[in-house]
Every structure is written in structure tokens, then in C-alpha cells.
Design a protein around this ligand. Structure first.
Ligand code: SUG
Length: 421
């Protein structure tokens, strides 16, 4: 058994569009109503997967979910949409959302070394705070049950009850001396009552920890700072990311930063905490640039690299801080910018687009693992079938419905997952 970190990226679906559906996600709000470019979006996402594979890292993917979701509209009693009713138009947009691309919200994952039964546990996230995301989990769990069907190594759980919002790995971090060693699991929740919704409920985090059979002495339940949520950090992964012994965080990420760092150092004396002060990068700049929505990865050389969005690289205060960090001989030795602009415009950076699973790749259904030849096949399908552009007024038209359904079916066929159609 060779446990490695595998990043499973969501392939950007053919219905990718900007509908301004996520209150508290500033990029979603500011781009709502813009035309979208699904083909470019999916190729950018695939480009990131290829970039990370070329670094020598294991890469997997999940397929887009079926959209438009007629079942979602039918369950709301909507067999036809009244275009004069903005609320109905919004529900139609929800049924068209390609939001499952952000697989950091697909599930929370506890690797085998952390769990009582020695299996890797995954709990699908219920995503109940946002209507367009709340419909994802039953289809997500179907894919998880296929990809991680080997019950000797994996346990896949349904989402926790909808009374407690759960946003999956976006509000969960894991630290440890190595991916394959027992870890410290950090669950970050928000407190309701601010200007924007706190999407992760503490009780959902605690339920996931129990369901996964974690040693609660190796778990921390950390409150996200209200300032961060109010500034647009709708998920903790917009202001902090961890990998092995390193936590990379904005100084205003947590309600009690010093208490949080002290608890981490007590539980993991090897921890290295890289704090970016607000005096160098304000919360506003951190959220505008998505500096922290980065993939902090252990490269095959043993060095850590930070895969950041181009927006962060091109942001002057952020770039100055990164240049200083690289010159300072800290634990993060490489900064690797990638172009995921189409996803970024909906509030999804490199880290949102991936779900980390520590596992032996030989125990994963190979259909969900990527290699260069499969990437070429996927690229050909996207280039041939994904719409080049979607204007908001096109959502709901029969022609676009046919196009996006046929595009997804072609992809599933090309990767041997036609059973998901
Ligand atoms: O849930 N955006 C997503 C972005 C998710 C980012 N994920 C992480 N931070 N891990 C969200 O807010 C926008 C859809 C729209 O407005 O069309 C959206 O759903």
C-alpha cells in the first residue's frame, strides 16, 4: 500500500454560466449576468490538471453532474418557468449551474491513517446554504461510490442532515508530518449572524468527525473569523490552506488566531505556520486575488509548491509578498501560477477545483484517474462539444439544453462512465 495525495478536479461542465447565485461570494455577485465561456473554462481546468500531473503528482477527476436538473425544478413544482418572475428565473439558473466543478465542496475526506477502522472515509457535503448547490450531493455521492467502491479501503457516507450546513473539504484541513502518517484534522466553522451566510455549521463538522471515526483528541474545531466571512471568505479555503506540517493563512482567517496556532503547535510540534499579515496583504486583497485558494502541494522533490491563480501573481501587493516569501527560505519553495480565470469569475480558484484524497491509486476505480492519453481524449470531447459561449438569456432554451446534455454524454462515453448518463 502506497498512500499518496491524489487531487480529484471537477471537469467544468458544459452549462458553466454566471448567474450571481452565491450571496457572500463577491466574484459570483459581480459577474452575475456576464456571458460565460464553458469550453475555455473546461480547457483551463484541464490545463491545471495537466500542469500538476507534469509536476509528477497523482491526478484524478470527477465528471460534471447532469444539468439542467429537471428533477430539481420538478421538485419545486416548476414544469415551466415564468420569465416575468425573477425568482423563477433564478431557480432555473440554479438548475443549470455547473457548480459541482468545485470539488473541494464535494465531500470531506479523512485518510485511512486517521480513522478508527483504517479506511479512508468520505462524507458528501450537503451544501444546503445555497439552493443551486444543495441539489449536488446525491449525484456526487453516486460518483464517490463508483470511484471509491473498494470497501476494504474506503467508506463513503451520505451527506449529514440538512439542518446543519456542510461545505465539505473547503472548511477542512489536515496537517501531519506526512500524508501517510496519522494527521491532525482541522474543521473550520462559521457563526451565523453576520452580513453574509456562514455556510459551515459547527455541528456538521462534529458529525463528520464522528462518522469518520476520528480520534477527537486529534481534531480541532476552529471558528472562522466573522470579519473574513463579511469580507467575502464564504469558505475557509479562501483565506487558509494546509499541507502536511505547513499552514499558510491570512492573519484574519480565524476568530482566535493565536489560540488556533497554539493548539496546532501543541498537537503537532513540527507545524510551521506561515501567517500573511494584513499590513502586507489586506483581507480585501487576499479575497480579490485568491492568494490562499491555492494548492499547497508536496512535490516529488520533497519541496512544497503553491499553485496560485494568475490573478494572485498579477496582484502587486500579493506578488511583493510572494517574492519576499520565496527569498526568505521558508517552507514554501515554489510558486506556480495557473490560469483558471473562468472559474475564478464565479469565486472558484485552484483549490476550489480539487478534492484531496490520500489513497493508494491502485485502490481507486481507474476510470477516475487521469493520464496524458486520457487528458487528450477529454480535451478532444470538450473542444468538439462544449458550447463556446453562453449568454444568460439562453438558459432554458431547447437548443442549449440539447447541446449541454449531448456534451456531457460524449464525455462520459469517452471516459467509460456512460452508466452515469
Ligand atoms: O459555492 N460559486 C461557488 C464557488 C465555490 C468555491 N469553492 C471553494 N471555495 N472551495 C460557491 O459559491 C457561483 C455560481 C453562480 O453564481 O453562477 C458559485 O456557485
Amino acid at each position: 500500500m502506497k498512500l499518496v495525495e491524489i487531487n480529484f478536479d471537477g471537469i467544468v461542465g458544459p452549462s458553466h454560466n454566471y448567474a450571481g447565485l452565491s450571496l457572500g461570494n463577491l466574484a459570483s455577485a459581480s459577474h452575475g449576468g456576464d456571458p460565460s465561456f464553458p469550453r475555455a473554462a473546461a480547457l483551463q481546468g484541464l490545463g491545471k490538471m495537466r500542469h500538476n500531473m507534469a509536476l509528477g503528482l497523482a491526478q484524478g477527476f470527477f465528471a460534471p453532474l447532469p444539468r439542467p436538473s429537471d428533477g430539481f425544478l420538478a421538485s419545486l413544482g416548476l414544469s415551466a418557468i415564468d420569465d416575468t418572475d425573477p425568482a423563477q428565473k433564478r431557480l432555473r439558473a440554479a438548475a443549470w449551474s455547473a457548480s459541482s466543478m468545485w470539488t473541494a465542496n464535494a465531500a470531506t475526506v479523512s485518510p485511512a491513517p486517521d480513522t478508527a477502522d483504517g479506511r479512508c472515509h468520505l462524507t458528501a457535503a450537503n451544501l444546503v446554504t445555497m439552493p443551486h448547490r444543495s441539489q449536488e450531493w446525491p449525484d456526487t455521492v453516486s460518483q464517490l461510490r463508483l470511484a471509491f467502491a473498494d470497501a476494504a479501503h474506503f467508506a463513503v457516507h451520505d451527506a449529514v442532515p440538512a439542518c446543519f450546513g456542510d461545505e465539505g473539504a473547503a472548511n477542512h484541513m489536515r496537517m501531519g508530518i506526512a500524508h501517510d502518517a496519522p494527521g491532525l484534522e482541522l474543521f473550520v466553522y462559521g457563526r451565523a449572524g453576520g452580513a453574509f451566510p456562514a455556510r459551515q455549521h459547527e455541528q456538521a463538522s462534529r458529525a463528520v468527525a464522528r462518522l469518520h471515526g476520528l480520534d477527537l483528541a486529534r481534531c480541532l474545531f476552529i471558528e472562522q473569523s466573522g470579519e473574513a466571512i463579511a469580507a467575502g471568505a464564504f469558505h475557509n479555503d479562501v483565506v487558509a490552506v494546509a499541507n502536511e506540517r505547513v499552514l499558510f493563512t491570512h492573519e484574519q482567517a480565524f476568530a482566535d488566531p493565536e489560540g488556533t496556532y497554539a493548539a496546532i503547535r501543541t498537537a503537532l510540534p513540527e507545524a510551521e505556520i506561515v501567517v500573511v499579515p494584513a499590513s502586507a496583504v489586506s483581507l480585501r486583497d487576499a479575497i480579490a486575488s485568491y492568494l490562499f485558494n491555492a494548492q499547497l502541494l508536496t512535490l516529488p522533490t520533497g519541496e512544497m509548491g503553491l499553485v496560485i491563480p494568475l490573478e494572485a501573481w498579477e496582484h502587486t501587493p500579493v506578488r511583493d509578498w510572494l517574492d519576499g516569501m520565496l527569498a526568505s527560505n521558508g517552507p514554501i519553495r515554489r510558486v506556480l501560477p495557473v490560469d483558471v480565470r473562468q472559474s475564478m469569475a464565479n469565486g472558484g480558484g485552484p483549490a476550489c477545483l480539487r478534492l484531496r484524497v490520500v489513497a493508494d491509486p491502485a485502490t481507486v476505480d481507474p476510470r477516475f484517474l487521469l493520464d496524458p492519453a486520457k487528458a487528450n481524449r477529454i480535451e478532444a470531447v470538450i473542444a468538439r462539444t462544449w458550447p463556446e459561449q453562453i449568454d444568460p438569456g439562453e438558459l432554458g432554451t431547447p437548443a442549449l439544453t440539447r447541446t449541454v446534455r449531448a456534451a456531457r454524454a460524449a464525455l462520459l462515453d469517452a471516459v467509460g462512465l456512460a452508466e452515469l448518463i
